[in-house]
Design a protein around this ligand. Structure first.
Ligand SMILES: Cc1cc2nc3c(=O)[nH]c(=O)nc-3n(C[C@H](O)[C@H](O)[C@H](O)COP(=O)(O)O)c2cc1C
Length: 354
C-alpha cells in the first residue's frame, strides 16, 4: 500500500489499523531544539478521541501517546520522532457482519477489490483511527510554527450553519461546548440536532472552518505546490471529506472583480481578504481561512440493502460504536493537517533566496 507519507521535508509516515495492537507514526525533518510541550500534544489528542461526549462514538480509548524517539530532555533532537498510541478498546465482534459484506459508501468494497484481503475489524486502515497519528504530528508542527496560530471550529451541522465571518469569530469560545461551535446558541441547536439524528439511527454531515493567524509571507511553492493546493490535498485526505474551499471560495463567483479585489494598505496588508491570505499560491501575511465539508458517515443503525463478496444482495444494519456526526472530533484533525502543510513550507521557504 503506497500513500502513507505526507510532506516533503517535514514529513509524516503513519501506520496501523483500528483493531491492531497500536497505531503510530514517524515524523522526520522536525528541526532540533524545539522545546516540546507533551501535555499540549495530549490535549489535542483528547479533543479528537472517541467517547469524549454524548454526541460522539462511545468507543472508549484513552489515546495516550508514547514518544519513542527524537526527543531528549524535553527537546527535539532533529532525529526521527517515533510515536505510538495503543488500541485498547477493540470489539472485533461488532464488525463480524461486514466480514463478507460491504457497507454502502464506506471503504469496504474498494479495499477488497484493490487488495484482495481486508482487515474488516473497525474498518482496518480505512478507519479514522489513523488520524490520531496525524494529530500527534500536527500538534508538534503547531509548536514548531508558533507564533502562528491555527484554530478550527464547527461552522455547520446538517442544515444548521453559522454565517459569521471567520475573522469575527471569538476563538476562545470554541472549546466551550461539545460541538466545538463558537456560537453557544447555535452549538446547542447543533447538539440537539445530532442527538435527534443519533436516535433515528442515522448520521449527518457538517462543515469545519479553519483560520490561521500570524502567518509568515512567502509560504507555498508555485506552480504545482501552491499553498492552497497543498492545503486542499491535506484536507481532502481526511476521512469523510467531500469538499474544500478557501478565501471567497464558491461564493466569490457571485461578485464582480471591482468588489472582489483586495486593495492594499501602504504596509502591504489588504483592506479586505477575499484571497484568504493566499495569492499566486503564496501566503501574503493576511489570515488564511478555509472550510472543509464532511459527509454524513456511512455506518447507520438502519437496515440497508447491500451486496456481499459473492455479489449477492443482502440486508445490513450497522452495529458497534459509531459517530452520528464526525465534525466535532475532526476539528483537531483539520488543524493538524494545516499545521503539517505550513511546517513543511516553512522549511522549504529557507531554500528560496540567500
Ligand atoms: C473523526 C472521524 C470519525 C469517523 N467515524 C466514523 C464512524 O464512526 N463510522 C463510519 O462509518 N465512518 C466514520 N468516519 C468516516 C470513515 O472513516 C470514512 O468515511 C471511510 O474511511 C470511507 O472514506 P471516504 O468517506 O473518505 O470515502 C469517520 C471520519 C472521521 C474524520
Amino acid at each position: 500500500m503506497a500513500g502513507n507519507i505526507f510532506g516533503s521535508l517535514f514529513k509524516l509516515t503513519t501506520f496501523g489499523e483500528s483493531h491492531g495492537p497500536a497505531i503510530g507514526g514517524i515524523l522526520e525533518g522536525c528541526p532540533a531544539g524545539i522545546e516540546l510541550d507533551l501535555e499540549s500534544i495530549q490535549e489535542d489528542l483528547d479533543r479528537r478521541k472517541p467517547g469524549q461526549s454524548s454526541i460522539v462514538t462511545q468507543r472508549k480509548e484513552s489515546d495516550e501517546v508514547s514518544i519513542l524517539s527524537g526527543v531528549f530532555n524535553g527537546k527535539t533532537t532533529g532525529t526521527p520522532i517515533g510515536f505510538s498510541i495503543n488500541n485498547t478498546n477493540q470489539k472485533p465482534k461488532d464488525y463480524s457482519h461486514i466480514q463478507d459484506s460491504y457497507r454502502p459508501s464506506h471503504a469496504d468494497y474498494v479495499y477488497d477489490q484493490k487488495y484482495g484481503i481486508r482487515d474488516y475489524r473497525g474498518g482496518g486502515r480505512s478507519s479514522a483511527r489513523e488520524t490520531a497519528s496525524r494529530v500527534v504530528a500536527g500538534s508538534i508542527a503547531k509548536q514548531f510554527l508558533s507564533p502562528t496560530k491555527i484554530n478550527a471550529y464547527v461552522s455547520a451541522v446538517g442544515p444548521l450553519s453559522l454565517d459569521t465571518n471567520p475573522s469575527d469569530v471569538d476563538l476562545s469560545l470554541i472549546e466551550k461546548n461539545p460541538v466545538r461551535c463558537p456560537d453557544q446558541k447555535m452549538a446547542l441547536k447543533m447538539e440537539d440536532f445530532i442527538k435527534k439524528i443519533r436516535k433515528e439511527g442515522d448520521t449527518v454531515g457538517g462543515i469545519i472552518t479553519c483560520i490561521i493567524k500570524n502567518v509568515k509571507i512567502g509560504l507555498g511553492e508555485p506552480v504545482f505546490n501552491k499553498l492552497h493546493a497543498e492545503l486542499g490535498k491535506a484536507m481532502l485526505s481526511i476521512n469523510a471529506v467531500k469538499g474544500f474551499e478557501y478565501g471567497s471560495g464558491f461564493s466569490g463567483t457571485k461578485i464582480k472583480g471591482s468588489e472582489h479585489n483586495d486593495l492594499f494598505n501602504e504596509d502591504g496588508t489588504t483592506k479586505t481578504n477575499y484571497s484568504g491570505g493566499i495569492q499566486g499560491g503564496i501566503s501574503n501575511g493576511m489570515d488564511i481561512y478555509f472550510s472543509v465539508a464532511f459527509k454524513p458517515v456511512a455506518t447507520i443503525m438502519q437496515n440497508q440493502e447491500t451486496i456481499n463478496s459473492k455479489g449477492e444482495k443482502v440486508e445490513m444494519q450497522g452495529r458497534g460504536r459509531h459517530d452520528p456526526c464526525v465534525v466535532p472530533r475532526a476539528v483537531p484533525i483539520v488543524e493538524s493537517m494545516a499545521a503539517l502543510v505550513l511546517a513543511d513550507f516553512s522549511l522549504i521557504k529557507r531554500t528560496n533566496k540567500i
